[in-house]
Write a protein that binds this ligand. Structure first.
Ligand code: GLV
Ligand code: MN
Ligand code: MN
Length: 400
């Protein structure tokens, strides 16, 4: 299995990798299109039927498409300068698990599909799990079409440029009704499995999380001639907000990160007119998350008022807590043997789908725990163990 894993995995590593080693695969960019081509080729060489749904998600069908299908997969896009495993490991493992079943002569009683959801990281258009949110109707297509990337290109324009039809976006009853159960395999984004000495685990919950955009506004002016008393510098309230996020996270036991900021005009010798920053916040429950974000927003307001600047806070995406169903998880644990069950702070398409269909997740050990960075890594042996576990799970679900 290790040989097979390497044979499918390695060619994918060359797609969308920057010279520094990280990936820039973002919804509908050239690297994303190359990943889509890779997916189509892998489906074709297996005789699987390829389908791109209305929202740009890809499907490779073993057997007639739906209904009541057993679906596995993940996503092929990355965060900026992302790692190789977050997403693609689940797609590669899906193809390999289907191969393993076919090699064993398994004849599924239900259709089986491998999927790759579009723009899961939301790195280009700002909304995480874009493809699965659109598929399920959690995100309105009008809002999606108008989303812009950092260069001001709308999702609609990017789709048109790639030959896809943005007018077709929206809840896709046909595709959704085909999914009987969804299992996403994913690299672990922490070190719990390493500490537990286990290559594979199952998911219990996903922390509620979201993204908030803070627009700080002030007045552009000369860095060398504007007296401190005359300045309306939005960078100051921004700085206090970053510190407030750290404090609020510490006080609530949550997590808060400002990982993206855009400054206008972004000149060394100019006081900025605007600082736009994005807060990613997560917590163990919704009430705690609300408290955390409210504390950060209150500090931003107060800081802006004191400085004579302005701030506006916009919630860009929200993902409520996810509890994966215990019945399905217990059934999978029953065939996998004793495996650790883990909660995670990371978002996944499985979290969106869990509101609509029975859903489970498998995690594969990540010895350093690093993720969303080029150092993200899982050993080939553990990836092979993940494929074997996924094959066992698919056989259980598709044949019994
Ligand atoms: C996606 O990986 C996220 O948790 O933001
Ligand atoms: Mn991710
Ligand atoms: Mn992911």
């Amino acid at each position: 299995m290790i040989d097979r894993f390497q044979a499918l995995w390695r060619p994918l590593l060359d797609i969308g990798r920057a010279p520094g080693g990280g990936y820039a695969r973002h919804g509908w960019n050239d690297a994303d299109l190359a990943c889509r081509e890779w997916f189509a080729e892998r489906a074709a060489e297996r005789g699987m039927t390829l389908d791109q749904d209305r929202n740009g998600n890809l499907w490779a069908w073993w057997g007639e498409p739906g209904p009541d299908a057993v679906v596995t997969g993940s996503h092929l896009d990355s965060v900026p300068n992302g790692g190789a495993y977050d997403g693609p490991l689940g797609v590669v493992s899906g193809f390999l698990a289907a191969d393993a079943l076919r090699d064993r002569g398994v004849r599924p009683a239900r259709p089986v599909a491998v999927t790759a959801f579009c723009e899961e990281e939301g790195a280009r258009f700002g909304v995480a799990c874009l493809g699965s949110r659109l598929l399920t109707g959690v995100l309105h297509p009008n809002r999606a079409r108008a989303l812009t990337d950092p260069d001001g290109v709308t999702l609609a324009a990017a789709m048109r440029g790639a030959g896809a039809d943005p007018d077709a976006l929206g809840r896709d009853e046909d595709t959704l009704s085909r999914i009987g159960v969804f299992v996403e395999l994913h690299i672990e984004q922490g070190r719990a499995l390493t500490h537990l000495d286990a290559p594979v685990g199952l998911a219990s919950t996903i922390w509620p999380h979201g993204r908030w955009r803070f627009d700080f506004t002030g007045e552009a002016n000369h860095a060398g001639t504007t007296r401190l008393a005359d300045r309306r510098d939005p960078m100051l309230a921004f700085a206090r907000t970053v510190l407030a996020a750290r404090t609020a996270a510490g006080e609530t036991g949550g997590l808060a990160t400002v990982g993206r900021v855009a400054v206008e005009p972004n000149g060394t010798n100019a006081i900025p007119s605007r600082v736009r920053a994005w807060l990613d916040a997560r917590a163990a429950d919704g009430a705690t998350l609300d408290r955390l974000v409210a504390a950060v927003a209150a500090e931003a307001d107060e800081a802006a008022r004191e400085d004579g600047t302005g701030v506006e806070v916009v919630a860009e995406s929200l993902s409520p807590v996810v509890q994966f169903g215990a019945a399905l998880r217990d059934r999978l644990a029953g065939v996998l043997g004793p495996v650790p069950v883990l909660a995670t702070g990371a978002g996944h398409d499985a979290g969106i789908l869990s509101g609509f269909v029975p859903t489970a997740m498998l995690f594969v050990r990540n010895p350093t725990g690093v993720s969303h960075a080029p150092a993200e890594h899982a050993p080939d042996e553990d990836c092979a163990a993940g494929v074997a576990a996924l094959a066992t799970v698919l056989e259980e679900l598709a044949c019994r």
